[in-house]
Design a protein around this ligand. Structure first.
Ligand code: ADE
Length: 262
């Protein structure tokens, strides 16, 4: 096996535990951190609030061609990623995770359109843990046995097919990292965001107060905080009911279950 690249991890401070760590197994390590090196996630990465450890799956190929895939048993189009290669890569990622954290073990997740759909609850659940080991597939997918052997959960970011798991891993990491303590400033608290209260977000406006003949809603310039709050609530409810009947039904049920004191 060839030498592995040094992990691109934030240095651990002598005092605290390791930060939330995304360990990504991929055939395209150059894709990381990609867009996550910029903006909010990038700043948090620099500040050591989270860490990224990228493993190149090809480094774990054993034959002289460094093959990571092979034809599917039973025939058919495409190639399947080999279980022995993935097993070696996963073992290395798990060993690094065990060294990096005295806390609970990080879940292993395979990004796949067959998986559980990523939502706010799952992002929160992951943010509470020590990190995640993210397996990115290419080709037709990975050998099923390696998923069974490592007890790997599958996760999808939507009902469409990407050409690989990498963009999905970037989406997942972004959704989780912004929930980590210290990543968002107080003024950009997630409490008001879409989904956080089971509703989509109300509309936003800024200066100029009139633009191309369109005025900002009167209530927002009234300075009346309670009226603004009620208007935003009503707008969030209207938009959710119109656009997402599924969320709206759940919201109404939860509200009714909570009773009249709400
Ligand atoms: N890999 C390919 N398509 C995907 C999707 N929709 N979600 C997660 N991983 C994927």
């Amino acid at each position: 096996m060839s030498e592995h690249a040094a992990p691109r991890e934030a240095p651990r401070t002598a005092s605290g535990p390791a930060p939330w760590t995304a360990r990504v197994l991929t055939l395209f390590p150059e894709m990381f951190p990609g867009p996550l090196g910029l903006s909010l996630a990038g700043k948090a990465l620099e500040r050591g609030i989270w860490a990224l450890d990228v493993l190149d799956i090809r480094d774990f190929a054993r034959d002289k061609h460094r093959a990571v895939d092979d034809a599917p048993f039973g025939g058919g189009a495409g190639m399947v990623m080999r279980p022995d290669v993935l097993d070696a890569a996963l073992a290395a990622a798990k060993a690094r995770a065990a060294k990096g954290s005295g806390r609970a073990t990080a879940p292993v997740i395979y990004l796949s359109p067959r998986g559980r759909l990523l939502d706010r609850a799952l992002a929160r659940e992951l943010a509470r843990g020590p990190g995640a080991i993210l397996l990115c597939g290419r080709y037709e997918g990975v050998d099923e046995r390696v998923l069974e052997a490592h007890g790997i959960a599958e996760l999808s970011i939507g009902d469409y097919v990407l050409s690989g798991g990498e963009p999905a891993a970037l989406v997942l990491i972004d959704a989780v990292v912004r929930l980590l303590p210290g990543v968002m400033g107080n003024h950009e608290s997630p409490a008001e965001e879409s989904f956080e209260r089971g509703l989509l977000e109300y509309p936003h406006y800024t200066r100029p107060a009139e633009w191309q003949g369109r005025k900002v809603p009167e209530v927002l310039v009234s300075g009346h905080h309670e009226k603004v709050r009620k208007w935003r609530q009503a707008q969030a409810e209207r938009i959710t009911e119109q656009r997402r009947p599924d969320l709206w039904a759940r919201y109404v049920k939860d509200r009714d279950d909570e009773g009249p004191d709400r």
